[in-house]
Design a binder for this molecule. Structure first.
Ligand code: CUA
Length: 226
């Protein structure tokens, strides 16, 4: 989850988030190099004497400052496309979870097993326990098994919401009358927090998402005893 003064991305908990972080770092390095180069050029512009008489009709410099940015953009575009298609790929999911956005809470359905379904409301500030996070904890958490491919189906019942959970690298809009799909693979146990990220009304800030990642053995146990 996000903690104080966290300037960077949150820690990832899935291979997709790992790839997203790699791409972010890669692009940021290119961005820093461009900024330094342009900054250096601008500084030089301030301190030269404007006496270059040959900078008219100079096709060579035109060619250089056209082709180099074009090549630089390819170095961003190709990894970006790779990531885009990687995020969309489904690899034989073991379980499917359906997330439905409402004003203003999420409800979940595990239709693979005993048709488990429940609502997930934020815990109000005046009912918090010492181990809860304000505006982030819910009464009924999503329980999911780690080290398994998981499919998420996202939809909404009233207005557009967005099922967003940074540690998984997942952000899918929940549209009424549509069923969106995404997937992830949780590679460690833990509790992962997310929030709705589509402005959906007065209590938009108060419909958080919590995933509790546990071992497959405990997950089966939870399913059987629900
Ligand atoms: Cu639901 Cu914002």
């Amino acid at each position: 989850m996000a903690t104080w003064s966290n300037f960077n991305l949150q820690n990832g908990a899935s291979p997709l988030m790992e790839q997203i972080i790699f791409f972010h770092d890669h692009t940021l390095i290119i961005l820093i190099m461009i900024t330094i180069l342009v900054g250096y050029l601008m500084m030089n512009l301030f301190f030269n004497k404007f006496i270059n008489r040959f900078l008219l009709e100079n096709q060579m410099i035109e060619l250089i400052w056209t082709v180099i940015p074009a090549i630089t953009l390819i170095f961003i575009a190709l990894p970006s496309l790779r990531l885009l298609y990687l995020l969309d790929e489904l690899n034989n999911p073991l379980i499917t979870l359906k997330a439905i956005g409402h004003q203003w809470y999420w409800s979940y359905e595990y239709s693979d097993f005993n048709n488990i379904e429940f609502d997930s409301y934020m815990i109000p500030s005046n009912e918090l326990n010492d181990n809860n996070f304000r505006l982030l904890d819910v009464d009924n958490r999503i329980i999911l098994p780690m080290n398994n491919q998981i499919r998420i189906l996202v939809t909404a019942s009233d207005v557009i919401h967005s099922w967003t959970i940074p540690a998984m690298g997942v952000k899918v809009d929940a549209n009424p009358g549509r069923l969106n799909q995404t997937n992830f693979f949780i590679n460690r146990p833990g509790i992962f927090y997310g929030q709705c990220s589509e402005i959906c009304g007065a209590n938009h800030s108060f419909m958080p998402i919590v995933i509790e990642s546990i071992s497959i053995k405990n997950f089966i146990n939870w399913i059987n005893n629900y």
